[in-house]
Design a protein around this ligand. Structure first.
Ligand code: SF4
Length: 277
């Protein structure tokens, strides 16, 4: 916190936090600056579980990455899930016929229609990357870094939703372009391709990380960091009323709905039944 700033200025920024600020600065403040409880959602937790299964699968020797192995890993992950806080919060059960687990199985099955995991050459999974951008560090987690047949890096990200229409592909690639830059800083070479695997409809989207597109994203991140910094210094975090408000856990503290944001720090942990982070 600089002297006089009502809120501490973050020293790190990830693509998801950037997206969160763009979606709604006030919600960003609640979640990322004040660290208020951020209740899990079924979709987010489903993503976590699917990522966990695929990470374990790709860590197996290439010949072991079979459908049978994926089923075995599914069973193991499902068995351990009741130890997750999110599992209890979402009131899930271990019943294999629960719609949650049916969906997870479908997503993993769809994965096998998209690529043959025995041919993948993984370099790292769930790889944490970070690099200084001057006043702050850009950080992120790459789902999978692999080598193509020519030995070049390829960054792969799993998405549990549907593939976007062509007009929204660039939007989905924003984070990947930043990962491409982070990969170059950490590994010394840029990836040859960025690939998103949309497991809901089994479609892959791939692009090359062109330098001008990467640079544009870096400039965008710097501009957003500047906006976050100003908000922290002035205490002014705007609202963005829209469809996402229907899913926002902080509506009762949002001025758009007659709430008082300054009460959230005390009331949210009690109302949401979770501790501040
Ligand atoms: S209710 Fe809407 S405008 Fe208010 S904090 Fe939540 S997302 Fe932002």
């Amino acid at each position: 916190m600089t002297s006089g700033s009502p809120f501490p200025i973050p020293l790190t920024l990830s693509p998801s936090r950037i997206g969160s600020f763009e979606s709604c600065p006030l919600k960003f403040r609640f979640v990322n600056i004040e660290k208020l409880p951020d209740p899990p959602t079924i979709d987010k937790y489903k993503g976590t579980i699917v990522h966990r299964i695929l990470e374990l699968l790709l860590k197996e020797d290439s010949t072991e990455r079979t459908v049978e192995m994926a089923r075995h890993l599914f069973d193991a992950v499902q068995y351990g899930a009741p130890n997750d806080e999110d599992f209890a919060y979402l009131e899930l059960t271990s019943d294999v016929d629960h719609p949650f687990w049916i969906d997870v199985r479908k997503l993993v099955d769809t994965y096998f229609t998209m690529e043959d995991p025995t041919t993948v050459r993984p370099e790292a999974m769930e790889m944490r990357v970070e690099h200084s951008m001057g006043e702050f560090k850009l950080t992120g987690i790459i789902d999978r870094l692999e080598r193509d047949n020519d030995g070049n890096f390829v960054i792969v990200d799993y998405k549990t939703g549907k593939s976007p229409s062509p007009n929204f592909v660039d939007d989905k690639m924003k984070a990947m372009l930043l990962y491409a830059w982070l990969c170059k800083q950490e590994k010394g070479s840029s990836p040859a391709a960025l690939r998103l695997l949309f497991l809901k409809d089994g479609k892959a989207v791939e692009t090359r990380p062109l330098e001008n597109k990467v640079n544009f994203q870096l400039q965008r991140v710097k501009a957003i960091y500047g906006a976050i910094k100003r908000s922290c210094e002035t205490g002014q975090f705007g609202t963005k009323k829209g469809p996402l408000c229907n899913y926002c856990d902080y509506r009762q503290w949002c001025p758009e709905f007659g709430g008082n944001p300054s009460r959230a720090a005390v009331e949210a942990p009690v109302v949401l039944g979770l501790k501040s982070r």
